[in-house]
Design a protein around this ligand. Structure first.
Ligand code: AMP
Length: 223
């Protein structure tokens, strides 16, 4: 089972993604998290990527594409949920070519639809749990509000990602996401156009519903 998930930063992509991941026991391959791991480990790749990430820009394709394709190749037998990649039409095409070449089938492509201004407010409210980055905490969303200044799931310490508090960086990231010509939405639509012919299902989720509503709809679609 192989799944691509698209959604602007702030759309609940991580939350919905982990649902699909658990249901099918998939490897969660998240390009942003791979970069953060490299940065944390002080690798050469991490050092190169950091300058772009801090500015809210895409890390260049010659670093990103081989890194992600390599992780995909080495993923578990159950398949993967790919999150944060592809983020441009070029990445979409390269991924498609690599999948075709290796005879890897896509099963679902999920797109979370959310207006840009709503996504921005959600990002600025997002908090990161030190114990588990998948624990959802957001000071701007009542259903997942932190417990005081602690993680609502485990009581762990919370921090805000520096790039989540930088409006300029958020706008830059959304400029890339909402770009339907060469950006991330162009990548999503590239797959939308292929869905029927290639035999995978393209699922559109309304990101403005409650987390539970979106989850239920997603479960009903993942047959
Ligand atoms: P994220 O955690 O998905 O918000 O990613 C954090 C940052 O990592 C992004 O703002 C980019 O700088 C970089 N990044 C993640 N995925 C990609 C990608 N597919 N292509 C280029 N840069 C990426």
């Amino acid at each position: 089972m192989n799944i691509l998930i698209f959604g602007p930063n702030g759309s609940g992509k991580g939350t919905q993604g982990s649902l699909a991941k658990k249901k099918f026991d998939l490897d969660h391959i998240e390009s942003g998290a791979i970069f953060r791991k490299h940065i944390g480990g002080g690798t050469e790749l991490g050092l190169k990527a950091k300058a772009f990430i801090d500015k809210g820009e895409l890390v260049p394709d010659d670093i990103t594409i081989p890194m992600v394709l390599d992780v995909l190749k080495n993923s578990s037998a159950n398949g993967w949920l790919l999150d944060g990649f592809p983020r441009s039409i070029v990445q979409a095409e390269k991924l498609w070519d690599a999948l075709q070449k290796d005879g890897v089938k896509l099963d679902y492509v999920i797109e979370i639809l959310l207006p840009r201004e709503v996504a921005k407010a959600r990002i600025m409210g997002r908090r990161l749990c030190a114990t588990d980055p998948n624990h959802p905490n957001n000071i701007g969303i009542a259903a997942i509000a932190p417990d005081g200044d602690k993680c609502r799931v485990c009581g762990g310490a919370l921090t805000a990602r520096a790039d989540d508090q930088d409006e300029n960086a958020i706008d830059k990231r959304h400029n890339i996401y909402y770009d339907t010509k060469t950006g991330t939405l162009a990548a999503a639509y590239f797959y939308k156009d292929k869905a029927a012919e290639a035999g995978f299902k393209y699922i559109e989720l309304n990101g403005e519903g409650s987390i539970d509503e979106i989850k239920e709809f997603l479960i009903s679609q993942l047959a």
